[in-house]
Ligand binder design. Structure first.
Ligand code: 13P
Length: 249
């Protein structure tokens, strides 16, 4: 049975002070579930103070990005070891905002995923097509290409979570229909089965991201191959994030 992951990607929102206040309230109000993991991914500057608050809670800590070297003259970068040291368990790799605004390629993302899993953390590999690509019928081809390149020479795939985040659904309020997302999730599982094997594919956690809200979470989670969600905007308010965590699937 695959565990459910409900992850909040804060993107570039909340100062350390705002983060501390938010997480204190979240920890107080969050219910415990046996079958789901809750994860928050604050900005780098908030990770350490938030990790201290999460120490006695079941909520896990994730980072939004990482560099693929361990130490060295890389001004402005953060290494996997630094994240691991403060209790980060998951790292988002290849978010479409990193790909499209900061020019991250599949080759760079591959190196990041590799170092994250080698360092003993889990990588959340983001893939997804742009609107034009969907309209041209290229969704599967784009996703296949991103997955094949980003997972090249990565054996410990059990430490990888795949997040299907169609770019046209991110921050637009336009969620993929549950069946549209499910179709791509099934495609990803079949692809992983071909690249690795059926067992690995069956155990792979595949989550959906793109305008997930309290209004659509229950429908999305009813789909068999949607194992959780990566939430942007709706994870920034306690009540909406709590409602998403408390989905009825
Ligand atoms: P929104 O939920 O704001 O659409 O963002 C999704 C996302 O990019 C999560 O990583």
């Amino acid at each position: 049975m695959r565990r459910v992951i409900i992850a909040g990607n804060w993107k570039m929102y909340k100062t350390p002070t705002e983060s501390i206040n938010f997480v204190k309230e979240l920890v107080e109000k969050e219910k415990k579930y046996d079958n789901r993991d809750v994860l928050i991914c604050p900005p780098f500057t908030s990770l350490y103070p938030v990790s201290e608050i999460l120490r006695n809670s079941s909520i896990k800590l994730g980072a939004q990005n990482v560099f693929f070297e361990d130490v060295g003259p890389y001004t402005g970068e953060i290494s996997p070891f630094m994240l691991k040291d403060i209790g980060v368990e998951y790292v988002i790799c290849g978010h479409s905002e990193r790909r499209n605004i900061f020019g991250e390629t599949d080759e760079i993302i591959n190196k990041k995923v590799k170092r994250v899993v080698e360092t003993g953390m889990k990588a959340i590999l983001c893939v997804g097509e742009k609107l034009e690509q969907r309209e041209n019928g290229e969704t599967f081809k784009v996703v296949e290409n991103q997955i094949k390149k980003s997972l090249e020479k990565i054996d410990n795939i059990e430490n990888v979570v795949i997040a299907y985040e169609p770019v046209w659904a991110i921050g637009t309020g336009k969620t993929a229909l549950p069946e549209q997302a499910e179709e791509v999730h099934i495609f990803i599982r079949e692809l992983i089965s071909k690249i690795y094997n059926k067992d690995i594919a069956e155990n792979l956690i595949i989550i959906y991201g793109g305008s997930v809200k309290p209004e659509n979470i229950d429908q999305l989670m009813k789909e068999k191959d949607i194992d959780g969600v990566l939430v942007g905007g709706a994870c920034l308010q306690i009540d909406s994030f709590l409602r998403i965590i408390d989905y009825r699937g």
